[in-house]
Design a protein around this ligand. Structure first.
Ligand SMILES: C[S@@+](CC[C@H](N)C(=O)[O-])C[C@H]1O[C@@H](n2cnc3c(N)ncnc32)[C@H](O)[C@@H]1O
Length: 212
C-alpha cells in the first residue's frame, strides 16, 4: 500500500522535496503564505465534537489522542489539540522531513510524535479520532484508502473521523469505505469556516455502535 498516487492538484513527494517552505505552504493551502492560518470550526461543529469528546472521556479518561492525517506543516495542530491533548502527525516521508527540518511556524512542538506510516502508528499508539483536512480526497490509490479505512475500523479505541473535503466533491472514497464498514455520518455541513472561507464540506463520522 503506497498512497503515493495523487490527483492533478499535485505530486506531494515533489512538492515537499522542493525544500522551499513558502512554496510548500502555498501548495498546502492554495493561498499566499501571508494568509497562512489554521482551519476554524463553526459553533455547531464545535458542539458536535465536544459531545463526542465528553462521551469518549467517560470511556477512555481525559487524555484523548488524535491523529492528524496528512499533517503537512502542522497548520491545524492547535485546533485539533483543543479537543485532543495528545496529537500524532502522519505524512509522507518527504513532508515529515521538511516539517522536522524547517518547522516554519513552530508547530512541531504540538505533536507528541510524527510518523511516515499510518499502519505503524495504528499498531503502536492508542488514539480516538482521526482528522483529515483535505488529504484523502487527493489520494487516488484506492487500495491504500480501503486499507486505511479498514485499519481505522480495526482500531477499537477510534470512534471518530473528522474529514474536510474541498469543493463540490461530496463524500470521498474514505467516507464511503467507512460507511460500508458500518460507520455513520454524525454531522455534515457546508463549511466556510476553514480554508479562508472557500466552500468545503465537513463530515464527522462515528462508529456505528457509538451513542452520540
Ligand atoms: C492539501 S495538503 C493538507 C495539509 C494539512 N492537512 C492542512 O490542512 O494544512 C495535503 C497533505 O496530505 C499529505 N499526503 C498526501 N498523501 C499522503 C499519504 N499517503 N499519507 C499521508 N499524508 C499524505 C501531503 O503531503 C500534504 O501534506
Amino acid at each position: 500500500m503506497s498512497g503515493r498516487s495523487w490527483d492533478t492538484y499535485g505530486d506531494w513527494d515533489q512538492i515537499a522535496s522542493s525544500g522551499d517552505a513558502r512554496d510548500i505552504m502555498e501548495k498546502i493551502t492554495g493561498h499566499p503564505v501571508e494568509r497562512w492560518q489554521s482551519n476554524q470550526m463553526t459553533e455547531e461543529a464545535v458542539s458536535k465534537i465536544s459531545n463526542i469528546v465528553i462521551e469518549d472521556r467517560m470511556k477512555y479518561g481525559h487524555k484523548l489522542a488524535a491523529v492528524d492525517f496528512g499533517c503537512g506543516f502542522g497548520r491545524n495542530s492547535e485546533l485539533v489539540k483543543r479537543f485532543y491533548p495528545i496529537l500524532y502527525g502522519v505524512d509522507i516521508p518527504e513532508m515529515i522531513q521538511q516539517f522536522t527540518e524547517l518547522n516554519p511556524v513552530g508547530a512541531l512542538k504540538n505533536y507528541n510524535a510524527l510518523y511516515t506510516d499510518f499502519e505503524k502508528l495504528a499498531s503502536s499508539r492508542e488514539f480516538h479520532c482521526l482528522y483529515d483536512s483535505v488529504v484523502f480526497q487527493h489520494i487516488k490509490d484506492n487500495d491504500f484508502v480501503t486499507k486505511s479505512a479498514q485499519t481505522m475500523h480495526e482500531t477499537a479505541s477510534m470512534g471518530c473521523v473528522i474529514s474536510l473535503v474541498c469543493g463540490p466533491l461530496g463524500k470521498t472514497a474514505l467516507i464511503t469505505n467507512l460507511e460500508n464498514l458500518g460507520w455513520r455520518i454524525y454531522h455534515t455541513s457546508v463549511d466556510h469556516a476553514s480554508f479562508y472561507g472557500y466552500e468545503h464540506n465537513l463530515f464527522i463520522l462515528r462508529r456505528g455502535d457509538s451513542a452520540t
